[in-house]
Design a protein around this ligand. Structure first.
Ligand SMILES: *[C@@H]1O[C@H](CO)[C@@H](O)[C@H](O)[C@H]1NC(C)=O
Ligand SMILES: *[C@@H]1O[C@H](CO)[C@@H](O)[C@H](O)[C@H]1NC(C)=O
Ligand SMILES: *[C@@H]1O[C@H](CO)[C@@H](O)[C@H](O)[C@H]1NC(C)=O
Ligand SMILES: *[C@@H]1O[C@H](CO)[C@@H](O)[C@H](O)[C@H]1NC(C)=O
Ligand SMILES: *[C@@H]1O[C@H](CO)[C@@H](O)[C@H](O)[C@H]1NC(C)=O
Ligand SMILES: *[C@@H]1O[C@H](CO)[C@@H](O)[C@H](O)[C@H]1NC(C)=O
Ligand SMILES: *[C@@H]1O[C@H](CO)[C@@H](O)[C@H](O)[C@H]1NC(C)=O
Length: 542
């Protein structure tokens, strides 16, 4: 195994070398230098870049030397490649919860139970997308570590428990404590129930890249502040081969952008369903009729940008063209900004059946859902004026999309909320493509002003496009409708991926010295790890 990987590496190096010579002679030094100046990256880094990205680079070389890509070109990689991988991961998840699900683990003998390990997924009730990712990351980690999943409760209530129902594969902390006592784990086997806490957002303290979590002895592990798709994928670069392999088994290799399993969508499909009331509201919005063909999510922050609406309409048109023949496609619109819903609906009505959940007209029993009216301006700006529970109805309504989810925005396209909608919708449809006659797609709608400086302004670490936001993203792009990964990448290994200076800076704190192209020296990370003192934080429970 080891020998093979070394050989492969050398072969790649040779390819790179040939490619370098070839580029210099074939395309001319001038052109090469020109491209370097244009993207403003020191020459030394170009070698790193090519070293890492040579395979795709060679294909590129046949055409013309390009030094940047548009979002549609970047998204070209994501064409439907997720299906086979997602089916593989679905099976893996099922297998995991058969072995480690609560039903089986409850029945273990005391001796086995007391040796068993758990991962805690715990969320508060801030933004739905971010909080849901914390739970899903716990679930992903439980798979990598072959441990059972605990979903944390607060005062006896699951996160968003009024709107969500959790499947029975996970434990609660109080049940684990109870079983720990009844099995006599401390009294008979001398095992304390401890939680080992690792905070992803504290780079100096987290062991995400340097630790061998498989060897951790604490019965419970809590990986904190994993608010998006990135933290779980950090394990792909963990210096311990068994950790990196466990991560790659789940997420796929980070450089293979065309094979990205829909990990979070598959996990969510298994773990969470809407509460009965939310489900009723969703069915009410659909008028008891069929599921929507296309869903548009517009995160507008109360701005009524005409450009954003125009770009989104173009994207809907593109999605409609990919549909099997449907006379009047059903389009669901979800937005934090009511005016935008009106604007889009007005334009779509001509050729589509437009559905929007209007909570004011919903007569269902929402007594369990009435949230305190919030007069905070910040909340309204960030989440819109509708009561909190509407976000859940919208979420599950949108996740019924049969063919496409489109993310549009005033400032940021592909937020965690939109990511999880499309991931869940794709998971619902997996295996159903032949029946529906088309593939599921997640699209991002960009108006040109969002791309005046490339993706640079689409900042946000967990944002779907963040890994593409660096210098390889062309400035001054026009309106586009780009294929988007269902699993947002966690690294910068793909051809057109490049980090922002801010991310390079942030990664330094984790011990990773990224080049402008997103490559780095693993040896250097190893040596960083060898001098880093392992940080251990434990919470004793029993
Ligand atoms: C996972 O743990 C179970 C016991 O809970 C064990 O039987 C199985 O071999 C483990 N699988 C791996 C891949 O380590
Ligand atoms: C867990 O849920 C599944 C499916 O919803 C059901 O078949 C099973 O009986 C449940 N198990 C327990 C122990 O409740
Ligand atoms: C991480 O999460 C914990 C618990 O949710 C919180 O107390 C802590 O402040 C968070 N850390 C950061 C850096 O946000
Ligand atoms: C909406 O966004 C545009 C473009 O960013 C800006 O010029 C305009 O002032 C914003 N309008 C409001 C009401 O915030
Ligand atoms: C509404 O639901 C609450 C509990 O969820 C219940 O107590 C109440 O009776 C219900 N009201 C109606 C009119 O159904
Ligand atoms: C869906 O994607 C698969 C795999 O890329 C492809 O073979 C198939 O033709 C696609 N189906 C449609 C209807 O586009
Ligand atoms: C973008 O294009 C416009 C006109 O097409 C031009 O005026 C502007 O200078 C360009 N901006 C950049 C950053 O290239």
């Amino acid at each position: 195994m080891k020998a093979r990987s070394v050989g492969w590496r050398q072969r790649r190096k040779v390819t790179v070398y040939c490619f370098l010579i070839a580029s210099v002679f074939m395309t001319g030094i001038g052109l090469l230098l020109l491209s370097l100046t244009a993207i403003d990256i020191p020459i030394g880094h170009l070698k790193d870049h090519l070293h890492h990205k040579d395979l795709q680079g060679e294909a590129q070389q046949q055409n013309k030397v390009k030094n940047c890509a548009t979002v549609e070109e970047m998204g070209g990689n994501f064409h439907s490649g997720f299906m086979k991988e997602s089916l593989r991961v679905r099976e893996m998840i099922q297998h995991h919860f058969t072995n480690n699900g609560a039903e089986r683990v409850r029945e273990l003998s005391p001796e086995e139970f007391c040796r068993h390990g758990f991962v805690l997924g715990k969320a508060s009730e801030a933004g739905l997308g971010n909080e849901m990712y914390k739970i899903l990351t716990g679930a992903a980690l439980s798979i990598m570590l072959n441990r059972s999943l605990i979903i944390g409760q607060t005062r006896g209530k699951y996160p968003f428990g009024d709107y969500l129902t959790y499947s029975n594969v996970s434990f609660t902390l109080s049940e684990v404590k109870h079983l720990w006592r009844t099995n006599g784990c401390l009294t008979k086997y001398g095992r304390h129930l401890h939680i080992r806490v690792d905070d992803f957002q504290k780079p100096a303290k987290t062991n995400v890249l340097c630790g061998n979590w498989k060897e951790w002895e604490q019965p419970i592990i809590w990986f904190q502040n994993a608010t998006d798709a990135v933290p779980a994928q950090f394990f792909l670069k963990n210096i311990h081969p068994e950790m990196a392999k466990a991560a790659a088994d789940l997420f796929g290799r980070s450089e293979d952008l065309s094979y990205r399993p829909n990990v979070f969508g598959e996990l969510m499909r298994l773990l969470v369903t809407p509460s009965e009331e939310v489900e009723k509201a969703v069915n009410w919005a659909l008028g008891g009729g069929s599921d929507p063909d296309i869903v548009l999510h517009m995160r507008m922050l109360m701005n009524r940008s005409v450009r954003a609406v125009q770009a989104a309409l173009n994207c809907i048109e593109k999605a409609v063209q990919n549909l099997p023949l449907i006379s009047r496609p059903k389009v669901v619109i979800v937005s934090d900004t009511p005016h935008v819903v009106e604007d889009v609906a007005l334009r779509l009505n001509e050729f589509a059946e437009v559905v929007h959940f209007d909570f004011k007209h919903f007569g269902g029993n929402m007594s369990g859902m009435i949230s305190k009216p919030s007069n905070s301006n910040i909340r309204v700006k960030d989440w819109g004026p509708a009561p909190r529970w509407v976000a859940f109805v919208d979420f599950f309504l949108a996740s019924r999309a049969k063919h496409a989810v489109i993310s549009g925005a005033h400032r940021r396209v592909g937020t965690t909320y939109a990511q999880l909608i499309s991931a869940l919708a794709a998971a619902h449809r997996l295996g159903d493509y032949t029946a529906s006659g088309s593939n599921f797609t997640f699209l991002s709608s960009f108006q040109s002003n969002l791309l005046s400086e490339g993706l640079k302004n689409q900042v946000g670490w967990g944002h779907a496009w963040n890994r593409f936001a660096g210098s390889l993203s062309c400035p001054n792009q026009s309106n586009q409708c780009a294929l988007t990964p269902l699993l947002p990448p966690g690294w910068w290994d793909g051809m057109w991926q490049s980090p922002l200076p801010r991310d390079i800076h942030r990664m330094e704190a984790y011990g990773v010295k990224l080049s402008g192209f997103g490559t780095f020296d693993h040896e250097q990370l190893r040596s960083f790890c060898s001098t880093k003192r392992e940080f251990v934080k434990k919470i004793p429970l029993i």
